[in-house]
Design a protein around this ligand. Structure first.
Ligand SMILES: N[C@H](CCC[C@H](N)C(=O)O)C(=O)O
Length: 318
């Protein structure tokens, strides 16, 4: 089967995007693509929506073939794809647990910028799921079996996140974070479906977030994690509610955190960059699939200039 693929990224969290009919074996395709192209973190499938109020449906598959309920960086890329396909400035994208509003934002120079709704948000441990000593929530408290000083928060947006507020020294190297993230994503008594693990550190003008993603490993950025971390940063008083600058190894995004009467409204805004077009010959039965052709789209140089500009803007730890 010959597939037209586009390689895209949000904050250097890189995916192949494919528009087609729904299939039961996109997880297998994701594994195959990421095996052949290790810099890619997963697959975004853009499908027709069964909902009359949505312009399209997104499914997201991790590098290991597992399906996630949401992907913030990926949704920005899907938002751009659908808005440009249909000539829209804003749209609604059906995801596993919600129809989410997306909108084109003013470009930053030549960088395409999109904002996406991150929802639903739940602190109920059952919604991750997480099991810990019969607790129903876990917000800004140490997990003593890990550390007496790191304040952890468990939140679903709606994919599962465990977020720790750590000093700058724990952001170097990543061994401590990797140890616990690998534990929670293997056989364990706490997270039966795994969890994305993020370490957050106060930065001069916002927060810095590094994430070990369920089904992937360390990535340059994780959109849902950065947004959930912005919420945790507000709860912890690291940053004021409103627009939060979130720095990450892949660049910088703006997260909006609004506290309302009925809970939190979260939005993630940042780049949606097209890297290249590809023709891929997918041998659905075996593993000898191969890329037939590729064509660079010339947007990455501008993104790299954007990173240089933003990462010098006080993304440094304090
Ligand atoms: N690894 C995540 C899915 C990808 C989410 C991430 N790439 C993002 O931008 O939100 C999970 O299994 O929940």
């Amino acid at each position: 089967m010959e597939l037209k693929l586009m390689k895209v990224h949000g904050s250097m969290n890189t995916f192949y995007l494919y528009e087609g009919a729904d299939r039961s074996d996109y997880g297998v395709l994701a594994e195959e693509l990421c095996r052949l192209d290790p810099e890619v973190d997963g697959l975004l499938a853009v499908l027709p929506s069964s909902s009359s109020s949505a312009n399209a449906r997104m499914r997201v598959f991790n590098k290991d073939g597992s399906e996630a309920s949401m992907c913030g960086n990926g949704l920005r890329c899907v938002a751009r794809y659908v808005c440009e396909r249909d000539g829209l400035e804003n749209a609604v994208i059906e995801t596993m647990k919600a129809n989410l509003k997306v909108e084109k934002q003013a470009s930053d120079g030549s960088i395409a910028m999109y904002a996406v709704e991150i929802s639903p948000v739940s602190f109920k441990l059952a919604d991750l799921p997480m099991a810990y000593e019969g607790n129903e929530e876990w917000i800004l408290k140490p997990l003593p079996f890990i550390s007496e000083t790191i304040l952890f928060t468990a939140v679903a947006v709606p994919n599962p996140h465990l977020i720790g507020i750590v000093p700058a020294e724990l952001q170097k190297g990543g061994a401590h974070q990797q140890k616990w993230a690998e534990f929670f994503n293997g056989p364990n008594d706490y997270f039966s479906d795994g969890v994305n693990v993020s370490y957050v550190t106060k930065a001069e003008d916002g927060i810095f977030v590094k994430t070990f993603e369920r089904g992937v490993g360390f990535t340059n950025a994780c959109g849902t994690a950065m947004t959930a971390s912005a919420l945790v940063g507000c709860l912890a008083g690291l940053v004021p509610y409103g627009d939060v600058s979130v720095f990450n190894p892949g660049g910088m995004v703006k997260c909006s955190v609004i506290k309302g009467d009925s809970g939190y409204s979260l939005q993630l805004a940042g780049n949606a960059t097209y890297l290249s077009n590809h023709l891929f010959l997918w041998q659905e039965s075996g593993t000898n699939s191969e890329f037939i052709s590729s064509e660079l789209l010339g947007e990455q140089r501008d993104y790299e200039d954007f990173i240089l500009k933003t990462s010098t803007i006080s993304g440094q730890f304090v």
